[in-house]
Design a protein around this ligand. Structure first.
Ligand code: ARG
Length: 242
C-alpha cells in the first residue's frame, strides 16, 4: 500500500498553514502545493491536469471532510516552467494563479521561499508534508495531513550508480535516510519540502517510496526563485522614470 507520506505522523491541525490540496472538481485530492502569494500556488508541473479540472483548497486538514477552515479557489491560469521535461522530470515546477485571492488568517498563511541560488547541504534535516491518497481506497476515508522529517542527500550520492545513476539534474535535490523508511509518496507531489523555515523543495519523483537506495527527489526551488518572482510580479509596470 503506497499512499501517503511514508514513516511519518499526523501533523498538528493547521500547523502547516501554507500547504494546499489540489483537488479534482469532484473533490478528489491529487497533489499538494504551497501558497506563496494570496493569488499564487507553487506546485509541481506534473500536477497539471488542466485548469478547468482543478480546485485549490487552502486551510485544509482532513481532506474530504469539511472542517469550516477551508477556502476554495479555482485556477485562473497555470504557468508550467518552460523547461519542464516530463521524461527527465527536469524543472518540475508550476505556478497556479488563482481566480480569487485566499484570505490570510489563523489557518492560511504564505510560505517563505529561499533566495535564488541558496544551496542546501547533505544532512540538513527538512520536513515534507502531504495528504498522499490511496487509489484503492476510492477516497472514502478522511485523510489527515501527514508529515515526516528527511535529511538532504548530496547530489553526488543521489546520482551514484547504486542510486539514480546520473538522472539527478542541478534543478533537483534529494532527501531521505540511508536506511529508507521515511519519504514522500504518490499523492504528495507538488507539496513542500521545508528546510530552515523555507520551501526548498517541491515533491517531484522517486523510485518506489521509502526505499533505502532511492531517496525522494524534489525540485530545487532556489533555482527557480527568479522565475517565480518574475511570473508573479513581472507583469506589473515598473517605475523606470521619475
Ligand atoms: N510523483 C509522485 C506523485 O505524483 C510523487 C513521488 C514522490 N516519491 C517519492 N518516493 N518521494 O505524487
Amino acid at each position: 500500500m503506497q499512499g501517503r507520506i511514508v514513516g511519518g505522523h499526523t501533523a498538528a491541525p493547521n500547523s502547516i498553514k501554507y500547504i494546499v490540496s489540489l483537488q479534482s472538481t469532484r473533490g478528489q485530492h491529487f497533489c499538494g502545493g504551497s501558497l506563496v502569494h494570496r493569488y499564487w500556488v507553487l506546485t509541481a508541473a506534473h500536477c497539471n491536469i488542466g485548469a478547468e479540472h482543478m480546485m485549490i483548497v487552502a486551510g485544509d486538514y482532513i481532506v474530504n471532510t469539511f472542517e469550516g477552515t477551508e477556502q476554495y479557489a479555482k485556477p485562473h491560469r497555470l504557468v508550467t516552467h518552460p523547461h519542464y521535461n516530463r521524461s527527465t522530470n527536469n524543472a518540475d515546477i508550476m505556478l497556479i494563479k488563482l481566480r480569487a485571492p485566499m484570505v490570510l488568517n489563523k489557518y492560511v498563511s504564505l510560505a517563505p521561499l529561499p533566495r535564488q541560488g541558496t544551496g542546501v547541504f547533505e544532512g540538513l534535516v527538512c520536513r515534507v508534508s502531504g495528504w498522499g491518497y490511496n487509489n484503492l481506497d476510492g477516497g472514502q476515508a478522511p485523510f489527515t495531513l501527514r508529515t515526516v522529517t528527511v535529511p538532504i542527500v548530496s547530489s553526488t550520492r543521489c546520482n551514484s550508480s547504486e542510486s539514480f545513476n546520473g538522472n539527478i539534474t542541478a534543478n533537483m535535490i534529494c532527501a531521505g535516510y540511508r536506511t529508507g523508511g521515511k519519504d514522500a509518496c504518490k499523492g504528495d507531489s507538488g507539496g513542500p519540502l521545508v528546510c530552515r523555515g523555507c520551501v526548498y523543495g517541491v515533491v517531484s519523483w522517486g523510485n518506489g517510496c521509502g526505499d533505502a537506495k532511492f531517496p525522494g527527489v524534489y525540485t530545487a526551488v532556489s533555482k527557480f526563485r527568479r522565475w517565480i518572482d518574475q511570473t508573479i510580479y513581472g507583469s506589473y509596470l515598473r517605475c523606470t522614470k521619475y
